[in-house]
Ligand binder design. Sequence first.
Ligand SMILES: [Zn+2]
Length: 274
Amino acid sequence: MRVFISADIEGVSGVVDGSQTSEQGFDYGRARRLMTGEVNAAVEGALAAGATEVVVNDSHGSMRNILIEELNPEAKLITGAPKPLSMMEGIDGGFDAAFFIGYHSRAGTRGVLNHTISGRTVFGLTLNGRPYGECGINAAIAGRFGVPVALVAGDSTVAAEAQAILPGVRTVVVKEQRARVAARCLQPDKARRLIREAAGEALRVALARGEVKPLAVGTPAVFQISFHNTGMADMAELVPGAKRVDDMTLSFAHDDLIVAFKALRAMIYLAGVI
Ligand SMILES: [Zn+2]
């Protein structure tokens, strides 16, 4: 059994602030250790449930956050950025399940450090008419490869977001938001124990009984994305095939979700120039 883990940092217990999530932040060193700890818990739960290969994709910012020297020796780590599938780099049809660890809620929902891909540029987006954040987009990419998402760990807001999109998914709530930059957090050892247990249950029960299914979003895949200002939308419109829907909003459609996703990323990068 092969398990793919995409790991972000904003949804890790104890992490609530930009001073922890940015490489320049004074508390970043502690946050990446906390992130590595939650990832290890998921790896251990997967191995205990019979996983024979666990691939971890570092999915935050520089994508060089996880401390490889502290990672479980049985896991393999994809580190560094940019990479073609970003938070889902390394996924393929040979994986049995995907886990999302340290995930956060989509832009505009009241979760800790909520944003979608780029907080500075993206106001919000939909995929085939449904508001999606990173959890939904990345689950759709896994689904495109026939891989179900069996476990999502993060705050209570992203857990609810995951439950609404992914029937049968196991979720671990490691913190409850009190504000966008404040939360009531579990002590890390407790968060890790819950993640370890849920990872095992996700494979032994949710996957084994077929309670989780690959997410199918339909064809074509249509992303509609709104930016924070019209200049960003002007830049995103440079992507061939992108259509201006209104002053701040563009859409991009393609039969292949992966092509549409790459166009989405190109639009967001271009918008970031402004
Ligand atoms: Zn992140």
